[in-house]
Design a binder for this molecule. Structure first.
Ligand code: NAD
Ligand code: IPM
Ligand code: MN
Length: 373
């Protein structure tokens, strides 16, 4: 029985709809297991730009730092590539500023959802993989020159016309620490690591591969392989069950996980945890968010699937609060609701009951109240 503080950053679009349901589920966990959760809400993304003039304020960063964990919905609207201040900058400030370099994105195919996917059931059956995405380096944080770390990429006028630059830079230390996270996790799973790169083209990948080989030698009981990212994209839908832990560069991990979401049936199913090394008195400090965005096409219509966010809350309980039984309770409740035939619009299937965001959240919350582990 503990007392915990969680900062909730609903953000934009469907962000508020899905985080509201995750909070409802956490409240039921609190009642059932005797915990006190204090939720502090703050603005991020477009909502923060409108009200506070920036995608995330110093005060909000401070609130996050003072809490045991952060739960985020999504930021952004219809992309405005030319905007000077972008809502997505809130994510970068949180991830880089709080040093959440390891982004864990688990992908599991539930039996009852085999037919919801566009991929053949026999290919999907038994899929259980984890993408470990490097989150604070690579192309997202292009350095123009090594002497100006963190300087963003830019579009500039030169004597030869307009040009744009993004730089993919990794230090050996950054590569090594994410590889070690992947291997340490693989030891407790099915003991296989696939390191994904583009070493036939990119220098950063050549270094990545060199470091990966060196780290792999420290884990003789873990099966290790390299895969080029283009081939990985293909193998993910050709033979998803052959993967256990996939570790990769920031942008590769971003793209591969949107693809992998279709193994689980929908973008609305995949949670994530972003972790660094800092510990609070309860567990590892972390940022938890669904992998999907603000879905402007369905925002405000009670159509969004809240499961990815609810499962992110389960990851929060497991990693940041070390409440694994409570995390199991949420995951089991989600599975029970899916098995009972409840679906949101994104998973619409013949003969299954389609619920709105709120109704799905309520079903899961009531299942949490009853579930036995
Ligand atoms: P998106 O993930 O928001 O949506 C892609 C598609 O998936 C849409 O058709 C959407 O309706 C659907 N979808 C997404 N989540 C869903 C859910 N929970 N339930 C049902 N359907 C769901 O990606 P996008 O449209 O490319 O981006 C929209 C905005 O979101 C952009 O501004 C982008 O930058 C931002 N974004 C933010 C995050 C984040 O905050 N972590 C992540 C991705 C995208
Ligand atoms: C994600 C998103 C973000 C990313 C965007 C919105 C900056 O796609 O969390 O996967 O690319 O990391
Ligand atoms: Mn993404």
């Amino acid at each position: 029985m503990g007392t915990y503080t969680i900062t909730v950053l609903p953000g934009d679009g469907i962000g508020a709809e899905v985080t509201t349901q995750a909070i409802e589920v956490l409240k039921v966990i609190g009642e059932r297991y005797g915990h006190t959760f204090t939720f502090h809400q703050a603005l991020v993304g477009l909502a923060a730009i409108a009200a506070e003039g920036e995608p995330i304020s110093d005060a909000t960063i401070q609130l996050c730092q003072q809490s045991d964990a952060i739960l985020l919905g999504a930021v952004g609207g219809i992309p405005q590539p030319d905007a000077k201040v972008k809502p997505e900058q809130a994510l970068f400030r949180l991830r880089k500023g709080l040093q959440f370099f390891a982004n864990l994105r688990p992908v599991r195919t539930q039996k009852a959802l085999l037919d919801a996917s566009t991929i053949k059931p026999e290919v999907l059956q038994g899929t259980d993989l984890l993408v470990v995405r490097e989150l604070t380096g690579g192309l997202y944080y292009g350095h123009l020159e090594p002497s100006t770390p963190g300087k963003p990429s830019e579009i500039r006028q030169t004597a030869n016309g307009i040009e744009a630059i993004d730089t993919l830079l990794y230090t050996e230390a950054e590569i090594e620490r994410i590889l070690r996270v992947a291997f340490d996790i693989a030891k407790g799973r099915h003991k296989k690591v696939t390191s994904v790169d583009k070493a036939n083209v990119l220098s950063s990948s050549v270094l990545w591969r060199r470091v990966a080989n060196r780290v792999a030698a420290d884990y003789p009981d873990v099966t290790f392989e390299h895969l080029l990212v283009d081939a990985c994209a293909m193998h993910l839908i050709r033979r998803p069950t052959s993967f256990d832990v996939i570790v990769t560069e920031n942008l590769f991990g971003d793209i591969l996980t949107d693809e992998a979401s279709m193994l689980a049936g929908s973008m609305g199913m995949l949670p994530s945890a972003s972790l660094g090394t800092r510990r609070t008195k309860h567990g590892i400090f972390g940022l938890y968010e669904p992998i999907h965005g603000s879905a402007p096409d369905i925002a405000g219509q009670d159509k969004a699937n809240p499961i990815a966010t609810i499962l992110s809350a389960a990851m929060l309980l497991r990693y940041s609060l070390e409440l694994s039984q409570e995390a199991d309770a949420i995951e089991t409740a989600v599975e029970q609701c899916i098995n009972a035939g409840y679906r949101t619009e994104d998973l619409r299937e013949e003969g299954k009951e389609v619920l709105g965001t709120k109704a799905m959240g309520q079903r899961i919350a009531s299942a949490v109240a009853r579930v036995t582990i």
